[in-house]
Write a new protein. Structure first.
Length: 198
């Protein structure tokens, strides 16, 4: 198990702080787009200089420059959607919670009575909740999946969820006699093209 995937916390549903230190897909897309923008600007300057130095009529220079600008605009339209494609695509968040000994029922109650409703308030769609049907994990494990519009949307929703005063009250009340949650594993997933669930 990767160290970044396991969060040892005291009863809080929260993403790893490492997620907020990583560069977002949007930032990487903007950097790529800037690089392409610089290249096409340089190309436009080269074409304009060559056109100005040529013996063709003046109109030819304007025509070639216009062609350059059209090429440049087309490139931007091509680069922009692709650079942010990952950022804009839907992601699923798989989370596995391990309750402290004897507190799985309290964890179920917190999700059933409070957490799911607060999730919805912050745009977090629950796909489903599951528990292992057998094995040692059956007594202390809750697995669920959330659907997010994008990875950045997931980060924003979690930040809003954690800062919600209602959640703060619910968490404190459920942990009044000690933490009911001892660990979280989290993984973000993208659906394959052949997945029935998209």
């Amino acid at each position: 198990m990767k160290s970044s995937a396991l969060l040892s916390i005291r009863g809080l549903h929260c993403p790893s702080n490492l997620a907020y230190k990583e560069q977002t897909f949007a930032e990487r897309g903007e950097r790529i787009q800037s690089q392409h923008l610089w290249r096409y600007l340089m190309l436009s300057k080269i074409f304009t200089r060559r056109s100005a130095a040529s013996t063709k009529p003046a109109g030819g220079s304007h025509t070639l420059t216009g062609l350059c600008l059209l090429l440049f605009a087309t490139a931007l339209l091509t680069v922009s959607p692709n650079s942010g494609a990952q950022e804009a695509s839907k992601v699923f968040e798989l989370r596995t919670y391990t309750a402290t000994p004897g507190n799985l029922d309290k964890l179920h109650a917190r999700f059933r009575d409070h957490t799911t409703r607060i999730f919805a308030k912050h745009g977090m769609k629950v796909v489903g909740y599951w528990t292992p049907s057998e094995g040692d994990d059956a007594d202390d494990t809750l697995v669920y999946i959330l659907e997010h519009a994008s990875r950045s949307a997931a980060d924003a929703s979690w930040q809003a969820f954690i800062a919600d005063p209602e959640w703060d009250r619910v968490a404190k009340a459920s942990n009044a006699n000690g933490p009911i949650l001892q660990g979280i594993e989290r993984q973000y997933l993208r659906a394959t093209e052949y997945s029935p669930l998209q």
